[in-house]
Design a protein around this ligand. Structure first.
Ligand code: HEM
Length: 501
């Protein structure tokens, strides 16, 4: 008995000694870099941070997590720290800090996503770091290069399926759900050369279940995010079951390609062969391939679908913007289908999409985990201008939702949807750089940015060619649904008035 007690006490003393040495090292490191403490969130207790956790749960229930964070920045300044469920965090909308986080000091941070996504995407590009991550990027790059993504012919095929699902008699339809199917089918074609038509699938069919599983994993990942360090001991069988639906679906496609890999059916040019064929040249680790594919599907599907859902939520309330979009599409395309090059002439379309990306960034919070003690350039001291120390293990986040609504950057009408602001900012050469980050920035910048912008402009242009008016079918204001990406909690319920042809 005494032996065990002595063992316990020695372990506690060792741990305390180790922590003390760490703390002293950190102090020396902070002094050497001229750091001052960051502003702290007012918290009654900063060991577990239970109060903040409960506040955040209440905000999430009311669909106001992002608005709550935005309010905190307005009250506390651009950078502050806190503790939530034992996890220390530093959060910032200071562009100097964001640049250091995503670019100049990027090596000091990990993606911080591996445990969050857990069994869903394992070691994919989104969750890995260092050499493994660089290798994944190199494999994907040729398949999202301009010459590969410029062919929008397949997208038109999926658009036709999409149109076939839209009621033309004014019946209410939730566009968001259909956008998710459209972008799923399109991303499958782009990355895997698979002709998948979830838009035409029957309810309850395997494909419908796959899309449903994709839609539900976001909620589980969010739940995991709230658990902090407790995540290490947490298991969720329902989440695992959804992951299995997705794994089985992708595994089948991978296995088929693996069995056919000698038959040269993919063509010989790298860009024509598809991502799946070229990754099979690189590795025969089929589980690794599964995770890479799921990571890409996640990155490419939900983001674009959510942005379209949010944009059309606004357009249904803004007939003035819809009229301008119709006029531009008629003037420029004169009834022709858009091409990659003609889309570039649709400048007002780009402004409207950028305005939606600003107000409703599909990835509303960018975050990283410090893999060593490091420093961010601002946020310390009473005036927030001194550097701040970031201890190893701290989660550093940037709410792009709040960053994109900063009054000092976008003006006092920052919360309003006004596409014209982009025209004005371009004329005045004041287009923001590190204050507009819907696709992130730095070496980990979104790989699908060029394609996503073309895909979204294509969808808006085709809708403007087909529909005279989009009518909102809910008077309720926009409320967030933030799972992995950001969508409208009430969906995008609209009525459509077709154009007279
Ligand atoms: C509106 C559409 C999109 C938005 C707003 C968006 C946004 C983002 C953001 C913010 C990140 C960085 C996440 C982070 O740093 O934590 C990212 C990463 C990524 N995105 Fe996108 N994305 C979009 C569409 C796409 C599409 C269509 C694809 C491909 C088909 C794609 C592929 C990727 C990949 C591969 C990464 C991982 C980059 C890395 O970790 O190195 N994205 N995206």
């Amino acid at each position: 008995m005494y032996f065990y007690l002595a063992l316990l006490v020695s372990a506690a003393v060792c741990w305390a000694g180790f922590r003390l040495v760490e703390l002293l090292k950190l102090r020396g490191f902070a002094r050497a870099h001229g750091c001052e403490p960051a502003r702290r969130m007012p918290q009654s207790e900063r060991i577990v941070g239970l109060g903040l956790f409960l506040d955040d749960v209440a905000a999430a229930r009311e669909h106001r997590t992002l608005q709550t964070a935005q309010r905190r920045f307005r009250e506390l300044g651009n950078t502050f720290s806190g503790v939530c469920m034992g996890q220390h965090f530093l959060t910032t909308v200071d562009s100097d800090n964001v640049r250091a986080l995503l670019s100049t000091r990027m090596e000091d941070f990990n993606s911080g996503k591996k445990s969050l996504f857990g069994p869903f995407i394992g070691d994919s590009m989104l969750t890995s770091d260092g050499a493994v991550w660089r290798h994944s990027r190199a494999l994907v790059r040729p398949h999202l290069a301009r010459d590969r993504v410029a062919d929008l012919g397949k997208l038109e095929g999926h658009m036709q399926n999409f149109f076939s699902r839209l009621p033309l008699d004014g019946t209410t339809v939730d566009l968001h759900h259909l956008f998710a199917q459209l972008t799923f089918d399109n991303t499958m074609g782009l990355l895997l050369n698979e002709n998948v038509c979830s838009l035409l699938s029957r309810p309850g069919s395997r494909l419908a279940q796959v899309v449903e599983a994709f839609e539900s994993v976001g909620g589980f990942v969010n739940k995991r995010a709230a658990l902090g360090p407790l995540l290490r001991i947490y298991r969720d069988t329902e989440f695992e079951a959804k992951c299995k639906v997705l794994h089985d679906f992708v595994d089948e496609i991978v296995r088929k390609a693996y069995n056919n890999r000698g038959s040269r059916q993919f063509g010989s040019e790298e860009k024509d062969r598809g991502f799946l064929a070229s990754i099979l040249d690189d590795t025969v680790d089929l589980v690794k391939i599964r995770f890479e594919i799921l990571g890409l599907l996640l990155a490419g599907r939900d983001t674009a679908a959510d942005l379209m859902g949010n944009l059309f939520f606004v357009l249904a309330r803004r007939p003035d913007v819809w009229e301008k979009l119709k006029k531009e599409v008629d003037d420029v395309l004169q009834g022709r289908k858009p091409t990659y090059d003609s889309l570039r002439e649709l400048t007002y379309h780009r402004y409207a999409i950028e305005e939606a990306l600003r107000l409703y960034p599909p990835a509303p919070v960018l975050f990283r985990a410090a893999n060593r003690n490091t420093v961010l350039p601002r946020g310390g001291g009473a005036d927030g201008r001194s550097p701040v120390v970031v201890p190893r293990g701290t989660i550093v986040s940037c709410s792009t939702f709040a960053l994109h609504r900063r009054h000092d950057v976008y003006g006092i009408d920052a919360d309003e949807f006004r596409p014209e602001r982009w025209e004005a900012m371009e004329k005045l050469r004041t287009r923001p750089r590190w204050e507009f980050l819907p696709f992130s920035a730095g070496p980990r910048v979104c790989m699908g940015q060029t394609y996503a912008m073309a895909e979204m402009a294509y969808i808006v242009a085709r809708m403007a060619q087909e529909f005279d008016a989009i009518q909102s079918r809910t008077g309720a204001p926009w409320l967030e649904k933030w799972s992995i990406t950001l969508s409208s909690a009430a969906g995008t319920r609209v009525g459509l008035v077709p154009r007279q042809k």
